[in-house]
Write a protein that binds this ligand. Structure first.
Ligand SMILES: O=C([O-])CC(=O)C(=O)O
Ligand SMILES: [Mg+2]
Length: 257
């Protein structure tokens, strides 16, 4: 069983039993790596190019997970939560005072400022696992974003909080009494992509990139190099008098002898 230190214990509600908290020790890189990435104007596209170049990681399109608002962007290490769908009728569960556990608050409790919550909803896309209250709790804990492979609700309130959230669906119906928490900080599956605690989530209006923890520094360096080349190309586009000059200045074609 995980030893939960007192500093973390004071941040937990106690709803999730300790044996479902797989670890509180999530690896994290220096925040300078995150700052390099957040400086990129087209964050997820740049990171996706670097993942292609290095042959690592995974991406998800906005068909799989979409941001609640187009200006949302995030980069940070994942803390994870996995649910399963409960079999019981929610009315029966509610009247029996069941111990089905909603684990979002305790996920935020084990997180550190800068982390991104990643929620595997066990295939449930119909019932909301995150709403306005949850978003405000996440912000209080210092989370910088949430990915929910399921539904969210209270969209107006969530967007108003400024917390960046990506989800597979939206639904007004709550998942309370319909799901149970299996694990906090275990490997999860999000739209078919595995995410380990500490893998970096990079997301914006174009979609989501999952950067394996060990590759983050190389990805950040590749992005900075590619951005410098792109900036030079943009300067050439802007300063060329016309297309002929632009093509001449940027062409790599061999001139015939
Ligand atoms: O209550 C719930 O289950 C989810 C919700 O609406 C919130 O977090 O505000
Ligand atoms: Mg609500």
């Amino acid at each position: 069983m995980t030893a939960v230190p007192d500093t973390v214990r004071r941040r937990l509600t106690g709803r999730v039993p300790d044996d479902r908290i797989r670890t509180v020790d999530v690896p994290r890189h220096d925040t300078a790596e995150v700052a390099k990435l957040l400086a990129l104007p087209d964050l997820a596209s740049a990171v996706a190019d670097a993942l292609d170049e290095l042959g690592v990681g995974a991406v998800l399109t906005t068909d799989a997970l979409a941001p609640l608002a187009p200006d949302m962007r995030v980069c940070g290490p994942a803390v994870t939560l996995r649910y399963i769908r409960a079999n019981a009728d929610p009315e029966v569960v509610r009247s029996a005072g069941s111990r089905l556990v909603v684990g979002d608050r305790d996920l935020y409790g084990v997180a550190r400022p800068g982390d991104v919550a990643v929620v595997d909803c066990g295939g449930n896309r119909d019932w909301a696992l995150l709403g306005g209250l949850s978003a405000q709790w996440a912000l209080k804990a210092g989370l910088t974003g949430c990915l929910v492979d399921g539904a969210v609700r209270d969209t107006a309130t969530i967007v108003g909080t400024g917390l960046p959230v990506w989800s597979a669906n939206r639904s007004p119906r709550a998942a309370r009494h319909r799901v149970d928490t299996v694990a906090i900080n275990d490997v999860v599956s999000v739209a078919g992509v595995s995410v380990r605690p500490g893998d970096y989530i990079v997301a914006d209006a174009d979609g989501v990139c999952v950067v394996p923890f060990e590759h983050l520094p190389a990805v950040a360096d590749a992005c900075v190099t590619a951005q410098a080349a792109e900036d030079a190309l943009v300067a050439a586009i802007r300063s060329s008098a016309g297309l002929e000059e632009l093509v001449r200045r940027t062409s790599t074609r061999h001139t015939p002898e």
